[in-house]
Design a protein around this ligand. Structure first.
Ligand code: S3P
Length: 197
């Protein structure tokens, strides 16, 4: 990664990535498409497991002082992906975190390798109709705003990403017909079982 970029990020609004207490437990990392509930379910899991919660998109926005749509419009997707990789590298160097990742994170093999070395990767999935209903205003999701038909766009991106998502994940939870609390319960159970707890 370019040194200028690392120092630009470091100079920005600096949000703590590290846990504020010592927790050596493996991270719980939620991956998957937009609208599958990663942030909402992640927060609930963190509370239930008494772990710290981090959201990679929120960290990118805080560090750059730009919203995700602004980054895509003003800097372009490759720039966003570079920042995303830096944030993921930092997050993966910590333990004891519940991490909600942006939908494109598992498409990068370095991201996947680092996150898998840091803990359990749970893929959240949802039916395209449910995703469309949940994402609501597509302008907040620049990748869905491209093209006239958001549902078609969701289907196409899901198809494109399906294999990478499955390959990256240790396990899968379908959130289509469950409340966030029910999904969080399933994810927490998976985490506990894999940790022998
Ligand atoms: C993206 C998903 C978004 C955000 C960006 C790109 C993607 O995150 O990172 O708009 O490539 O799928 P969410 O999955 O949290 O919406």
């Amino acid at each position: 990664m370019a040194t200028w970029m690392r120092s630009a990020l470091a100079a920005g609004n600096h949000t703590m990535l590290a846990e504020t207490r010592t927790d050596h437990r493996p991270n719980l990392v939620l991956i998957g498409f937009m609208g599958t509930g990663k942030s909402t379910i992640g927060r609930l899991c963190a509370r239930r497991l008494d772990m710290e919660f981090r959201d990679s998109d929120a960290l990118i926005e805080q560090r750059t002082n730009l919203s995700i749509p602004q980054i895509f419009a003003e800097k372009g997707e490759p720039w966003f992906r570079r920042i995303e990789r830096i944030i993921i590298e930092e997050l993966a160097s910590h333990r004891g975190l519940v991490i909600a990742t942006g939908g494109g994170v598992p498409l990068d093999s370095d991201n996947v390798e680092r996150l898998r070395a840091s803990g359990l990767l749970v893929l959240l999935t949802a039916h395209p109709d449910v995703i469309l209903e949940r994402v609501g205003q597509v302008h907040k999701r620049p990748l869905l705003a491209q093209g006239a038909d958001p549902k078609q766009r969701i289907r196409a991106l899901l198809e494109e990403r399906e294999a990478a998502y499955r390959k990256a994940a240790h396990c899968v939870v379908d959130t289509s017909h469950s409340s966030p609390e029910e999904s969080a319960e399933k994810v927490v159970l998976l985490y506990k079982v894999t940790q022998g707890g």
